[in-house]
Design a protein around this ligand. Structure first.
Ligand code: HEC
Length: 201
């Protein structure tokens, strides 16, 4: 009997260890579901000008995750579990290699792009990622209107403005238009801030 109990304990311990290891992989660390592949998939549709496909895909994908925070942490720096700015790591300062941080830097009129020819490609990729994020956020409307302006309508408007401004950013980057990039980045950034002021605790 005692041997049987010990055997079961060993099996249960092993199972617990395996479950723990599978849950604590690097891509899972910041949320329950790794949304990065889905975001990149939708971004690819925006890149090829297939906005209608992106919208259909976002509706389906948004049903498969629970928490807006699973998405929001992707705005962090690449080395903090975020998507990063563009596909290739952005040097030389890893803290700037994130959708949120780099967007804020670009939106600052005192810091125009030093070398638009060199930075445009990453900005265009990042802009498509931002549009994809916005379209997923758009499908995470709160179930009901809350107090103090936390309405479903406000949520939807800000996520749509974020998507449209992101596509403007992609266009300006594609045209290597430094002033256009700064202007669109500021627009995207203001939609993040507007929504956070109401909905983020
Ligand atoms: C339509 C509303 C909305 C928009 C637009 C929006 N956010 Fe958020 N964001 C939220 C809410 C709500 C939270 C809090 C979610 C939570 O943690 O449960 C949040 C949380 C965050 C967080 C913290 C996530 C974490 O836990 O690490 C970051 C970073 C973030 N947002 C960045 C951005 C950036 C950058 C943009 C714009 C490019 C943006 N958000 C646009 C609603 C929005």
């Amino acid at each position: 009997m005692a041997t049987k109990v010990r055997m079961w304990l060993a099996i249960l311990t092993l199972a617990a260890v395996l479950i723990f290891v599978s849950l604590s992989g690097p891509t899972q660390a910041a949320g329950d579901k790794d949304m990065r592949p889905d975001v990149l998939k939708i971004a690819g549709m925006y890149k090829s000008g297939k906005a209608a496909d992106a919208e259909t895909a976002a509706i389906k994908i948004a049903k498969a995750f629970e928490e807006t925070s699973d998405l929001m942490h992707l705005f962090r720096a690449r080395n903090k579990g975020g998507i990063g700015w563009g596909r290739a790591p952005l040097g030389p300062n890893p803290a700037e290699d994130g959708l949120e941080k780099k967007l804020q830097l670009l939106a600052d009129p005192k810091k125009p792009l030093a070398n638009v020819a060199k930075e445009a490609a990453a900005a265009e990729e990042a802009a498509h990622d931002l549009a994809a994020m916005a379209q997923l956020i758009r499908n995470k409307t709160p179930g009901k209107d809350g107090p103090a302006g936390k309405t479903k309508k406000a949520w939807n408007e800000w996520s749509e403005q974020m998507r449209d401004a992101s596509l403007e950013l992609a266009k300006a980057a594609g045209a290597k238009n430094a002033a256009g990039i700064a202007k669109a980045a500021a627009k995207v950034n203001s939609t993040c801030n507007a929504c956070h002021a109401k909905f983020k605790e």
